[in-house]
Ligand binder design. Structure first.
Ligand SMILES: Nc1ncnc2c1ncn2[C@@H]1O[C@H](COP(=O)(O)OP(=O)(O)OP(=O)(O)O)[C@@H](O)[C@H]1O
Ligand SMILES: [Mg+2]
Length: 303
């Protein structure tokens, strides 16, 4: 089969299903289905069509058993994979330091029999995106990942119809466009998703759980916020910042423990952004820790 053949066979099926074939006892012709005669002839040779009538001026076809079977099996392949229970591993959030309440809440949301959607809200660099990544890793193909500001061209409905995920992960939820947000409101309430396809409808009605992240909640509509268990993450305390920086530098940035300790100690009271510590660590081999801190943090507010 060539690319696009299945789509054409679907169109033929749609034509046959929506017309009274008993009135077309000579079969339909290329003009009825608006497909080139040469293509129809190829389908006939491949056994997807039966030739009902042939004269010098009219060639009439009908879908063959084989043609119908090909369409049906493509449909089945497209159907939702059976829901399998999500069983998050014990170390689901193993790479995230602290945030024990968030970990407990998200794990419960994933395991709940019926969906509870969760939204992580808080200032930058508090591991919100990392939480979404870890869930994506654990769920594999059952999860899809979106960034609010860049939802696919096809839109959220079509994406969900195609991928049929159990978990929807949305980073930067506050930047999601109006059309996708409207779709999301319905999806989150177990809304019926009906997508018109050529001559058919694809009907999806499966619960999807949503885990999202955002820097701010105030720009989001009350009805959107109401659909989430909103989990506010506060900036790190001084102690938490030291622990997180040491952990991130040693485990994710491969910085020796003493250097990590030194960087964390020297940034104490200057910043609470973990990304600052990562930048210092990355430039320290060239600049040394003190100079890196000076260049990165003491010039920052000048403009
Ligand atoms: N508790 C933590 N455990 C592990 N890594 C952390 C933690 N907090 C911050 N980080 C590190 O900080 C960096 C930023 O994390 P992440 O991208 O998840 O932040 P975010 O909350 O999504 O920020 P933003 O709101 O700016 O998108 C990453 O390198 C991450 O490893
Ligand atoms: Mg993020």
């Amino acid at each position: 089969m060539k690319e696009g053949d299945l789509e054409l066979l679907n169109e033929i099926a749609a034509f046959e299903d929506s017309n009274d074939m008993s009135k077309l006892n000579m079969g339909w012709s290329w003009r009825h289905v608006r497909i080139w005669p040469a293509t129809l002839n190829r389908f006939f040779k491949d056994g997807y069509l039966e030739n009902v009538f042939r004269s010098n001026s009219y060639t009439g076809y009908r879908l063959s058993e084989k043609g119908r079977a090909v369409i049906a099996s493509a449909d089945r392949a497209h159907e939702a994979p059976q829901d399998t229970e999500i069983t998050p591993p014990d170390n689901l959030f193993g790479d995230i330091i602290g945030h024990d309440d968030v970990k407990e809440l998200l794990r419960a949301c994933l395991l709940a029999d019926d969906p509870v959607h969760a939204l992580l809200v808080g200032p930058p660099a508090l591991a919100k995106t990392l939480f979404l990544w870890d869930i994506e890793k654990a769920c594999g193909e059952r999860a899809i990942w979106l960034v609010g500001s860049a939802t696919s061209k096809a839109g959220l409905w079509d994406l969900i119809a195609d991928k049929q995920p159990q978990v929807l992960l949305i980073d930067e939820l506050d930047k999601m466009g109006a059309a996708d947000t409207a779709a999301l409101l319905s999806i989150m309430e177990g809304g019926r998703l009906v997508r018109a396809k050529v001559g058919r409808e694809l009907d999806i009605n499966r619960p999807i759980r949503v885990v999202a992240a955002s820097n701010r909640a105030y720009s989001m509509s009350p009805e959107l916020l109401s659909r989430f268990a909103v989990c506010r993450i506060d900036s790190y305390s001084r102690n938490d910042y030291l622990t997180v920086v040491k952990g991130v530098l040693v485990h994710r940035e491969n910085v020796p423990a003493e250097t990590a300790e030194e960087i964390a100690g020297k940034l104490d009271g200057i910043t609470k952004d973990v990304r600052d510590a990562i930048r210092v660590a990355r430039l320290a081999p060239q600049l040394g820790v003190d100079r890196a801190i000076k260049l990165l943090l003491e010039t920052r507010d000048d403009n």
